[in-house]
Design a protein around this ligand. Structure first.
Ligand code: C5P
Length: 233
């Protein structure tokens, strides 16, 4: 898997997202992440438009429902020609298998499908006392990652600090997509456990997801190039 930088386009609407992407030189089409906020505001048209412009797209909608519903929803998303999509591993192996079935196009191709194991907003205390999962955070993440692999998924979203753990349990080819990235000299915002692009590379991330360090930068194109230089090249 070739390492790459994915820009989290966390904008409230289409115009803001387009204004941001217009800052890039005409020939440069970064891999972008469209999350719930932008997708619910702008609808599938923004996906079609960005695809037509040459961007690769990670549609971060984190599906979690009964297998039949997920299968049918994934078939619709796969028709948008996206490159990566995700589900909550908490939906179980049957749901994740159904996601892959729905995503697989008639010609056998499909977008990459990755799983969220536990949200980074879930603390160890919440896992045990609220969700009643007694196994502990690391064991739960590894177990959910193994379930994702057993269901035929391509990888997981995790912290760069968990990338080695996941690869050790699921193999080097199992993709790790890692948010929580900050430059060493920058603000942490609301991220708690942060990693620089260079550290993420050393820790074995395949894709870093970078939002505000690029979208809120004075020179977003320069910040993107800095990520590429530190993580990819
Ligand atoms: O702006 P920032 O770089 O913090 O953006 C990170 C992106 O990755 C956001 O879209 C956020 O929702 C997403 N994300 C995350 N942590 C996770 C999963 C997704 O920060 N565990």
């Amino acid at each position: 898997m070739k390492r790459d930088v994915i820009i989290a386009c966390d904008f409230a609407g289409k115009e803001a997202a387009m204004d941001f992407l217009r800052k890039f030189p005409a020939g440069e089409k970064p891999f972008v992440k469209i999350g719930m906020e932008l997708f619910y505001a702008a609808g599938p048209d923004i996906v079609r438009e960005l695809k037509a412009a040459g961007h690769r797209i990670f549609l971060d909608l984190k599906l979690h429902d009964i297998p039949n519903t997920v299968k049918k929803a994934m078939a619709v998303l796969s028709g948008l020609d996206i490159d990566m999509v995700n589900v909550h591993a908490g939906g179980g192996v049957a749901m994740m298998r159904a996601a892959i079935e729905g995503l697989t196009r008639p010609d056998g191709s499909r977008p990459l499908c990755i799983a969220v194991t536990q949200l980074t907003s879930t603390s160890s205390q919440m896992l045990e006392e609220e969700l009643l999962i007694k196994a502990g955070m690391e064991e739960t993440i590894v177990s959910y990652a193994k379930n994702a692999k057993a269901a035929g998924l391509d990888g997981v979203v995790c912290s760069p600090r968990e990338a080695g753990l996941v690869k050790g349990a699921c193999g080097g080819d199992f993709i790790t997509v890692t948010p929580g990235i900050r430059f060493a000299d920058a603000a942490k915002d609301d991220q708690v456990r942060i990693t620089t692009p260079a550290q993420a590379r050393v820790l074995g991330s395949d894709f870093i997801v970078v939002g505000r360090p690029i979208t809120a930068a004075t020179d977003p194109v320069d910040s993107y190039h800095r990520c590429i230089k530190d993580f990819v090249i």
